[in-house]
Design a protein around this ligand. Sequence first.
Ligand SMILES: [Zn+2]
Length: 457
Amino acid sequence: MTFIGGRTSVLSWKLDGLTLVLRYEGGALRQAITRGREGLVGEDVTHTVRHMRNVPRRIPCKEPLEVRGEGVISWANFQTINHTLGDAYTSPRSLAAGSVRKLDAREAVKRPVEFIAFDLISDAETWNTKRQQLDFLSQQGFDVVPHVLLDAREAPKDVRHKIESMDPAGYAYPVDGLIVEYDDLAFGRALGATGHHENRLMALKWQDTLYETAFRGLEVATTRTGMVSLTGVFDDVEIDGAIVNHAYLHNLDIFMELALGPGDKISVYRANMIIPQIAENHTKSGDCPIPSVCPCCGGTLKIHKSPGGTRQLYCENPDCPAKLVRKFVHFCSKTRMEMEGLAEQTLELFVQRGWIKNFGDIYELERHRAEIVAAPGFGQKSFDRIQSAVDKRRTCTLNQFIAALGIPMVGRHAGRELSRHFHGSWAEFEQAILDGFDFTTLKDFATLCGTQRKSLS
Ligand SMILES: [Zn+2]
């Protein structure tokens, strides 16, 4: 028996993002639209796609052509930026789609959406095979979807081996299957299309294998935005060689739907063979109540509904230490106090453990030396590195310090002006605040305050 009629074909990832169509004319990017669903016209997203880092704005080919591909966010970038957003996204796909479609260009630049090309439509088409077409796209400067050739003469076991070697766990971008396409483009075209489905393509999906285990409890953590994340903890299960014992529950609705309780028999799997998920709760005892207090500050939690209609728990306490991480990240950043080693994740951990509650605590980490050295991922070396970075900044200029505090509307420019006026003295500056000094009398401050008032009214 031969695989897909004994014809040579190209096997590639089925990327899980937002499909985009890029039009080039005279070698310049003219328009980018999302692929419209049946009967629907796509949305014009040229303003954001133009700013995607790996989208060429000019290409060598001057003929008009249409490049199709997927706007995707890598797993690594998804983990890094998702929790910095007010309303966390449940998947890289929804984050990529939201970023490309909704944002203004300046916001889009901050979100690392990448374009991976997989198809080309051109009137001046001179390629006979899919491989030639993909090579051409690559020569024009596009990142092209990784692919392998399945030769017509290959034995079924070799084909199977090639398919199995496409392991999504080893790929940087989210995928939801594989695509097999005839290498002979003319043959593929002759097969036509039925509705939305093109007959030259075949999609292969992996089946999620379910594993039974017992639910143990819920881990509750407040994130920097105040959103409270829920993670289900269960007995160890081995999936594809990895021990899995917890699954992030993306929102409150999922938690309530599962009606979890300690001891419940549950089925779990790894979505796209990577992310652990709870598929089902077979006993639904519902003994786990909805968390009512913030694990960080003890404040009462509220339920917020996202624009997408899903519900999340939030801690509304503006002084909740979990939210202070943002301030500390700003304080320690490269352009402020420049404390190397005190990056976001480290600060988040230090705040969670209660080692940093205010700016002063950053300078007194020595008190927690033993605990920090013993913390996962740390050690004597990393503690020393942090300590020396802090020591280097024990003295600094007043303007630098003020700018680092993150006072609304007071950045480096205002910091310099304040430092000039108060002769670089913290004592003078502090006294002025206590005396009710009118800061609007300072150069540029009146306009700043004016703008602020305007934006408030
Ligand atoms: Zn709180």
